[in-house]
Design a protein around this ligand. Structure first.
Ligand SMILES: NC(=O)C1=CN([C@@H]2O[C@H](COP(=O)(O)OP(=O)(O)OC[C@H]3O[C@@H](n4cnc5c(N)ncnc54)[C@H](O)[C@@H]3O)[C@@H](O)[C@H]2O)C=CC1
Ligand SMILES: O=C([O-])CC(=O)C(=O)O
Length: 364
């Protein structure tokens, strides 16, 4: 009899504890309805990439559909009125995730407390200009903005440099913001990566989402090396190598490479302006995958500080294949590199070394 009463008590207490735990969990989830907003800086926000990028970020394309955002928009004084109009339109769009917009020409106010900085501001390349031509104008800007970010952004701020010359601007930013961890400073080569995926998709007439693991090595310039040697297509009968499916090495080793290398110039020729919607979309892809992770078995291309992998000298921001997990990127190691690729990887590294010396000679 006593045992029976004891058992009843144990059951009653267990049920009560279970219900209590359920109620606490429910209250906790009720109170924690929203994530803390993240502050995203876009420099050059009155420009054409800024105009495409700001609404994408505010809609959740970059950081996910449940991540509130406060946008910090920076441009220079002559663009202040246009910048304010961008702010007005962002307000008018009534994006549910957008909790605030700071539009300013003050670099300190712009950098204050930012979690993510997308550096688009700068002087863009016009028809007939090479990236080197815009370098002297841009390295000074990146030197100045580096110190503002270092002093005023959050400690673990992630930086993506879009403005050209993207790799070298990122390197200047890294050099002049020594307290920002070097892992946090990257440049955009995802547009080239996406262009390469798209060329393969068109050639094979397969959905672009089924093509993966192309690589952009090196500089975001016409010396970049778009490499398909490890790329695959998901088919009904498993993963197939792009090289086998295309079955045309002549095309892959020539026209494919130059088309991707020259795509930016082709858009400028046709539009009289450089790529903007595809650049904004690629910037979202870059930060999205960096923060939220790459899918299992998939890598992407990012311009990152070289650790000497694949014989690329440290001291350059070079585009490598990377996977991302928990907000950290890692270079994909151990890929086999044959002679043809080696030469192209070294040529683009050489251009980056020359750009680096030229950039330093431009600094006052
Ligand atoms: N990495 C990539 O894949 C790509 C890079 N780009 C580069 O992105 C950059 C921006 O391109 P667009 O938006 O088309 O140019 P844009 O000329 O339309 O906009 C640039 C904006 O930057 C502003 N700006 C200039 N100096 C500034 C400063 N010190 N601080 C803040 N803002 C400043 C300008 O006033 C302008 O509003 C260019 O350098 C372009 O070459 C463009 C496409 C792809
Ligand atoms: O070529 C340019 O100046 C714009 C750019 O970087 C691209 O479209 O890849």
């Amino acid at each position: 009899m006593e045992n029976h009463l004891m058992l009843q008590k144990v059951i009653v207490v267990s049920v009560a504890l279970f219900l209590f735990w359920k109620i606490i969990k429910h209250i906790a989830s009720f109170l924690k309805v929203e994530k803390e907003p993240l502050r995203v800086l876009i420099t050059g926000a009155a420009g054409q990439i800024g105009y495409a990028l700001a609404p994408m970020v505010a809609r959740g394309v970059m950081l996910g559909p449940d991540q509130p955002i406060i946008l910090h928009l920076l441009d220079i004084q002559p663009a202040a009125e246009v910048l304010n109009a961008v702010k007005m339109e962002l307000i008018d769009a009534a994006f549910p995730l957008l909790q605030g917009v700071i539009a300013t020409t003050d670099v300190v106010e712009a950098c204050m407390g930012v979690n993510i900085a997308i550096m688009v501001g700068g002087f863009p390349r016009k028809e007939g200009m090479e990236r080197k031509d815009v370098m002297s104008k841009n390295v000074e800007i990146y030197k100045a903005q580096a110190s503002a970010l270092e002093k005023h952004a959050v400690e673990n701020c992630k930086v993506l440099v879009v403005a050209n010359p993207a790799n070298t601007n990122a390197l200047i930013l890294k050099e002049f913001a020594p307290s920002i961890p070097e892992k946090n400073i990257t440049c955009l080569t995802r547009l080239d990566h996406n262009r390469a995926l798209a060329q393969i998709s068109e050639r094979l007439d397969v959905p672009v989402g089924d093509v993966k693991n192309v690589i952009i090595w090196g500089n975001h310039s016409s010396t970049q090396y778009p490499d398909v040697n490890h790329a695959t297509v998901t088919t009904g009968s498993g993963e197939k190598s792009v090289r086998q499916l295309v079955a045309d090495d002549q095309w892959l080793n020539n026209e494919f490479i130059t088309t991707v290398q020259q795509r930016g110039a082709a858009i400028i020729k046709a539009r009289k302006l450089s790529s903007a919607l595809s650049a904004a979309s690629a910037a979202c892809d870059h930060v999205h995958d960096w923060v939220l992770g790459t899918p299992k078995g998939t890598w992407v291309s990012m311009g990152v500080y070289s650790d000497g992998s694949y014989g690329i000298q440290p001291g350059l921001i070079y585009s490598f294949p990377v996977t991302c997990e928990k907000g950290e990127w890692s270079i994909v190691k151990g890929l086999k590199i044959e002679e043809f690729s080696r030469k192209k990887m070294d040529a683009t590294a050489k251009e980056l070394m020359d750009e680096k010396s030229f950039a330093y000679s431009c600094l006052k």
